[in-house]
Write a protein that binds this ligand. Structure first.
Ligand SMILES: *[C@@H]1O[C@H](CO)[C@@H](O)[C@H](O)[C@H]1NC(C)=O
Length: 168
């Protein structure tokens, strides 16, 4: 089964760039999916992790167009705010999760981040698609991404409700 998939991918020009499961959109070396429902940040992370990924890292030092691409999808689907993968653990600074990666080029809105127990980062259309730290229990749409070189051998694991509205 996997061999057939790889064969088709290698022979079809459109899928040479990325191996993405149905419903995930290829973007350079990652596959991206936009949730159709809102979840608390930790649930969003758990779901992205379940599919071998992480919540979108809005860190485009290496790729200035990616943020623009993401924002374009948010606008097209009228999603004003999403969770991104930034989290503040204990007394540390905000980092990308999982893995506590350093945030190289923060995109905070003016006046952000606020102090206090607002440990999760959202990307806010109302703030010019910049960042605002929020209570992690708040519910927002979220974006998962995963490496495109790790196609699921398993046939249809992505058909969960969270992702169905954005399978175009
Ligand atoms: C976060 O939201 C929850 C649920 O509404 C609330 O119980 C909690 O006190 C809030 N935490 C902060 C730091 O505002």
């Amino acid at each position: 089964m996997l061999r057939v998939v790889l064969f088709l991918a290698l022979t079809s020009p459109q899928s040479v760039l990325a191996f993405c499961n149905d419903g995930w959109l290829p973007y350079h070396n990652v596959c991206v999916v936009f949730s159709g429902v809102e979840r608390p940040w930790h649930q969003a992370l758990a779901i992205c992790t379940k599919y071998g990924g992480w919540i979108y890292h809005d860190n485009d030092e290496d790729d200035p167009d990616k943020h623009t691409w993401i924002v374009g999808h948010m606008k097209a689907h009228k999603v004003a705010s999403v969770w991104i993968g930034g989290f503040k653990a204990g007394y540390k600074s905000f980092e990308w999760m999982p893995g506590f990666e350093y945030i190289r080029d923060p995109r905070w809105a003016p006046g952000q981040p606020k102090s206090g127990e607002l440990r999760c980062i959202s990307l806010q259309g109302q703030l010019g698609y910049k960042w605002k730290n929020e209570n992690c229990t708040s519910k927002f749409h979220y974006i998962c991404e995963r490496r495109s070189n790790s196609y699921f051998a398993n046939s249809s694991p992505i058909k969960i409700y969270d992702f169905t509205p954005y399978t175009g």
